[in-house]
Design a protein around this ligand. Sequence first.
Ligand SMILES: [Mn+2]
Length: 292
Amino acid sequence: MHYVVKANTVSGFRSNVISPVPIGIGDIQGCCNALDRLLIKLELTKETPLWFTGDLVNRGPTSLAVLRRIIGLGERAVTVLGNHDIHLLAIAASGNRPKHNDTLDEILAAPDAIDLIDWLRYRPLAYYDGWRLLVHAGVLPQWNIDVTLRLAREIETKLRGKDWKIFLRALRGNEPDTWHNSLQGEARARVVVNAMTRIRFCDEHGRMEFKAKGSPNTAPSGFMPWFDVPQRRSADTLVVFGHWAALGLVMNNSLIALDSGCIWGGKLSAVRLDVTPENRVIIAQVDCSKKR
Ligand SMILES: [Mn+2]
């Protein structure tokens, strides 16, 4: 078993609490059958932390079951908000009908829907344990870890506040597409949420492009994967993310990309998020039926 010393960054010191290395699990998107098969395969001890890259719900057939399963894991499960999770919150906030290809009705009709939505809106947008940053899609090149966490906390405070429904309405849209320190209010919130939950490609100045969803070699002219921007300020930290099925499973010194396309007939993957690159191995994978 691999152990690391868990860092306590909130108070600025590293406590000597020994904790197991977290296991990262990619985008589930409402495929509880795949999640259950993966959890059985993992044969985990009760203490092993599980880090989920977000997009727990939508597109797949069993979003409600996924939410219940993750909630049932308790404190050991960390999940960050993905664009589909935010979409569910926005639907719940507005009272509008889901879109035709959404599979969120079962959650909205559940007798405890309010509790499920409340649980989801208290999830973090970014999570950092002193070694690793967990975020659904990525971070902008101008943001170091401190800035990323500070911006995430701004959004989390709003989502947990009493005006959360009004706040979610303001998040819709792709503009502005570029971060600036002077951004305020809704424009600021949109850039932060769009970057952390939707980014794939941006240009060297961090201008985001939201149409392209293909592999890195299909980048629109002038754009590149967010993690390839020169002098990216988060480059010295291990960033764990999902969201980009066409990128697939990637593990290198500074990145672990975990979306291996569960909902697209690919796989759901579990990876040891070890601080030592050589120990970052795939522990288990399950096939996801395209027929579901
Ligand atoms: Mn996503």
